[in-house]
Write a protein that binds this ligand. Structure first.
Ligand code: PEP
Length: 255
């Protein structure tokens, strides 16, 4: 376990929030606040705001990502957006398998795998989300669920391609609920996911994989979570919509 082998990544997931003008304003506020960040900083914005967000961040250290992509490059998939479409826009990152996609849009471990494959094929870096529900934690099967989701998602992904994957451990019960996993719970789960990746590839590769925690991370709890040896950053929902709060988390990850 060696944190110095990994770069911390703080990513905001704006979800279905912010019109183009609102996105441009929020990004304008963020730019100066995160310009000296000692970690990578990404804002994953709605599809409609991608182009404006890219224009507003040009030449800065704030990267823009998307929140989903389809598994096919093109075709009869009404309402979907493909990975090559994102790449052509100049987008470098995409969230794959967020629990809200699994919960509300029928995303399965298999579709997460195919979407991840599409993202990699288009040259994108994927933020792959895994994590257990409250029922699963209470049944004591957190590790089984995280292992299964990680293994199915990474099927067919080469060791080399893993360099373009960030895993976000996001316990479903902590997302948007204000209930944060304790630093110990989050650290243990991230460490466990790293051990699964070590088993699939090698310890050396697992040691270089960035694993984020996500679930009600905020300005008040970020430092304690980010101090855990296996937590290399955060995927931030609610707190990414307020520039000062998001910047405080970026600062905590930059220490
Ligand atoms: C998320 O959407 O990935 C997330 C972690 O949300 P929140 O920070 O609001 O819990």
């Amino acid at each position: 376990m060696n944190k110095s082998l990994r770069r911390a990544v703080i990513a905001g997931n704006w979800k279905m929030n912010n019109t183009r003008p609102a996105a441009t304003t929020l990004i304008g506020e963020l730019l100066s606040l995160v310009s000296g960040a000692g970690c990578d900083v990404i804002a994953c914005v709605p599809f409609t705001a991608l182009e404006s967000a890219l224009a507003a961040t040009g030449g800065s250290n704030l990267k823009i990502g998307a929140q989903n992509c389809h598994w096919a490059a093109s075709g009869a998939f009404t309402g979907e957006i493909s990975a090559p479409m994102l790449a052509e826009l100049g987008i470098g990152h995409v969230i794959i398998g967020h629990s809200e996609r699994r919960q509300y849009f029928g995303e399965t471990d298999q579709t997460v795998n195919t979407r991840l494959r599409a993202a990699l094929d288009a040259g994108l870096t994927a933020i792959l989300c895994v994590g257990e529900t409250l029922d699963q934690r209470e049944q004591n099967i957190t590790e089984e669920i995280c292992a299964l989701q990680t293994k199915v998602a990474l099927a067919g992904v080469s060791e080399h391609e893993l360099k373009r994957i960030i895993i976000a451990y996001e316990p479903v019960w902590a997302i948007g609920t204000g209930k944060t996993a304790t630093a110990q719970q989050a650290g243990e789960a991230c460490g466990f996911i790293r051990s699964v990746v070590a088993g699939l590839y090698s310890q050396t590769t697992a040691d270089t994989l960035t694993i984020q925690y996500g679930g009600s991370m905020n300005a008040g709890n970020a430092a304690e979570l980010l101090a855990m040896p296996d937590i290399d950053g955060g995927l931030i929902g609610g707190a990414s919509l307020k520039a000062a709060d998001f910047a405080a988390i970026v600062k905590a990850a930059s220490l």
